[in-house]
Design a protein around this ligand. Structure first.
Ligand SMILES: [Zn+2]
Length: 330
């Protein structure tokens, strides 16, 4: 089981056991919830990753007009790619390990010494690093759309399955001689991943099978999976002073109602407007002249803006400060 770098996973409903392998060593074995792992991944702020990636992409330009590439240039790009993966790993072990595994696989190619060969290798690396950014947007989009459908079945049939090309992938599995959940010796099936998109799309499908709902918390603006089928409006994230959205939000909502504040309406409008911009940008062809707003830029803004909304409602900042954040992307 330790001859490949990446993640082994065994899944049972929302429970999973994961084994992370790096440099032929099991570095971590842990249990996780499929839903937490999926939603949690979308919380990471990848806007800095996006900036570094653009920088790496620039390094792949030819050295002159006739398309000369050097070995030094190639090693600079591959080192920067591995560094980027390691940077991710500091906060987000799963993604860091998957990104590193992907880059390492791409470094293993036959170099015939031609410029074409180096160019292709570099652009493969940049494409592979860019893929998670698209994946995050797509997964967010479909998780968010779950609330538009009454049942999970309807959501899958109308929204997810028609996009088969994205969700239909190969998920390599292996038979090992013990059970990851119980450690008992018996034959069991495990999946193996060394690619970000495959791993998270697999979790998405495993989540979809469970038939659960996804809601957007009106307090912090983040997605969450309600614990039960009871009417839950707010999420359980700790928002401030050890208190969760669920504990704080009802009081804030009362204030919100009493105030009838045009600024709060502006905030809601900006949220919808900016998300529409993301949809337009992410779905547009390159060079189509659509204004740039990536999913990760939007997410970073939304986190900031919803935090400012809370501070504003609690009277900790003045209206101008809140307004500046609302308008930050205009
Ligand atoms: Zn919340």
């Amino acid at each position: 089981m330790t001859d490949k770098n990446g993640i082994y996973l065994s899944v049972d409903g929302d429970d999973a056991v994961r084994v992370i392998i790096e440099n032929n060593i099991k570095i971590q074995t842990d249990r996780l919830k499929v839903s937490d792992e999926l939603i949690g991944e979308l919380e990471y702020d990848m806007s800095n990753y996006e900036v570094v990636l653009e920088h790496i992409s620039e390094k792949t330009e030819p050295l002159d007009d006739i398309g000369v590439y050097s070995e030094e240039q190639f090693s600079a790009v591959s080192n920067a790619a591995l560094e980027l993966a390691d940077g991710v790993r500091e906060n987000d072990l799963t993604s860091g390990v998957l990104l590193r595994a992907t880059v390492n696989k791409l470094l293993d190619f036959e170099d015939d010494g031609t410029a074409m060969c180096l160019m292709t290798a570099m652009s493969n690396i940049v494409d592979a690093l860019r893929e998670p950014l698209d994946t995050r947007y797509i997964l967010y989009k479909y998780l968010k759309s779950r609330s538009e459908f009454d049942t999970s079945e309807e959501w899958l049939r109308k929204n997810i399955l028609p996009k088969g090309y994205f969700f239909r992938r190969d998920y390599p599995c292996e038979i090992i001689n013990y059970d990851l959940f119980t450690n008992e010796s018996r034959l069991s099936q495990v999946y193996f991943f060394d690619n970000y998109t495959d791993y998270f799309v697999f979790l998405f499908l495993k989540f979809a099978e469970q038939g659960r709902r996804v809601l957007e918390c009106p307090c912090c603006g983040k997605l969450f999976v309600p614990k039960s089928n009871r009417a839950e409006i707010y999420c359980d994230r700790v928002l401030v002073d050890g208190k969760t959205c669920k504990q704080i939000a009802p009081k804030l909502a009362r204030k919100l109602k009493q105030r009838n504040d045009p600024l709060l309406e502006k905030y809601e409008k900006a949220k919808n407007r900016n998300y529409k911009r993301v949809e337009r940008y992410e779905n547009a062809d390159e060079n189509s002249g659509v204004m740039r707003l990536t999913f990760n830029e939007y997410k970073a803004w939304l986190d900031k803006a919803s935090e400012m909304k809370r501070l504003y409602l609690q009277g900790k900042i003045i209206s101008n400060e809140f307004l500046n954040v609302i308008r930050a992307l205009d």
